[in-house]
Design a protein around this ligand. Structure first.
Ligand SMILES: NC(=O)c1ccc[n+]([C@@H]2O[C@H](COP(=O)([O-])OP(=O)(O)OC[C@H]3O[C@@H](n4cnc5c(N)ncnc54)[C@H](O)[C@@H]3O)[C@@H](O)[C@H]2O)c1
Length: 320
């Protein structure tokens, strides 16, 4: 029996990962947690929900003991754009909480820990196209610094203590359920909401900005696949992963195929510098070889599905 605790459950990824895990492992076996008290009903009524500040070690340990946790998906964190505004907070939250999870993992002999790294682990000196799994990691954002440090910690605990840590360097994640939490690729999500609601979007990166991306259904599939993978077949514990790469302009043109009246203006801000330091495309052949990763959604399929889901959800009013 697996007993899972998810941190940062109310965020963009957690709010969709928790229902996926509950479907697979049973509602009672997935304990959703977040620092925020106001969990939506689909999170707090379908299974256990606990308020947890991941920097509160005694509360964290209490929950691990109470629910006999053996697997943690550690999603609580500060993202790239917010991290540049509050670098000390980004270090504190992203790294000190990860260290606690790793120490709990050692003490309570967890089966597995999942922690997401990011393409932010790369930096301006990293090869920009088809970036390999093993390459230069010299990020120039505090968020990136925490992601490289986290990757090294996961590798250390695996090598030194045999703690089964698993990690993917996530590209920008596009999803329709929960708004983004302050990252540099947020434009690729916001643009859909604005296209439907106002037929206009002011984009904070230049039209030629090209970044790796993934649609949420593919992300949920990839996390499940990685966590199910036979450890004996893993040569890595930190994986590059991707599904598609497109420029901001290509995304606009794809949306315009469905909404011809949609217009965009470009007003790059401080996030342009962050985007410019990241790769344009990623080589994820290690993930494909070692645990069979294969994506389902490219730009065309993702755009169609996002627009349909947002319009059908009626969370925003269609101005078309
Ligand atoms: N979304 C992406 O595009 C993306 C890309 C690469 C990596 N990641 C990584 O995935 C993870 C989750 O990202 P997300 O997009 O869901 O983030 P998010 O900002 O949407 O959610 C983070 C959640 O953590 C919670 N949180 C903040 N401080 C906390 C604390 N002290 N204790 C407990 N919870 C706290 C917030 O309330 C929020 O619900 C992060 O580690 C992020 O770096 C995300």
């Amino acid at each position: 029996m697996t007993k899972i605790l998810v941190t940062g459950s109310l965020g963009q990824i957690g709010s969709e990962l928790v229902p996926t895990l509950r479907k697979k492992y049973g509602n009672e076996n997935v304990i959703a947690t977040d620092i925020r008290p106001n969990a939506p009903t689909f999170i707090c009524e379908e299974g256990p929900y606990e308020i947890l500040d991941v920097l509160n070690n005694s509360r964290f340990e209490e929950l691990i003991k109470e629910y006999e946790i053996d697997t943690v998906f550690h999603l609580a964190g500060l993202l790239s754009a917010t991290g540049e505004r509050f670098p000390q907070k980004a270090w504190d939250l992203n790294i000190n909480s990860l260290l606690s999870v790793l120490e709990f993992g050692r003490k309570y002999q967890f089966k597995r820990i999942f922690w997401p790294s990011s393409i932010a682990a790369f930096g301006p000196t990293t090869p920009k196209d088809n970036t390999p799994n093993e390459t230069i990691l010299q990020p120039n954002t505090m968020y990136g610094v925490t992601k490289v440090t986290g990757e090294l910690l996961l590798e250390y605990y695996w090598q030194k203590f045999g703690l089964d840590t698993r990690c993917m360097r996530l590209p920008g994640i596009i999803s329709s359920e929960t708004p983004c939490g302050g990252g540099t690729t947020d434009y690729a999500v916001e643009i859909f909401y604005e296209a439907i609601e106002h037929n206009h979007y002011t984009c904070f990166v230049k039209p030629e900005t090209k970044l790796p991306m993934m649609y949420m259904p593919d992300l949920l599939k990839s996390i499940t696949m990685l966590m199910d993978a036979d450890v004996a077949k893993l040569e890595h514990h930190v994986f590059n992963i991707t599904a598609m790469s497109f420029t901001a302009e290509e995304l606009v043109q794809e949306i315009q195929k469905h909404r011809p009246n949609f217009t965009v203006e470009y007003k790059p801000d401080f996030r342009q510098t962050i985007a410019d330091s990241w790769p344009r495309s990623i080589d994820d052949s290690s993930a494909r070889k070692e645990w069979g990763w294969k994506h389902d959604f490219g730009l065309t399929e993702m755009t169609k599905d996002m627009l349909e889901k947002l319009i059908n959800s009626k969370k925003i009013f269609d101005q078309n």
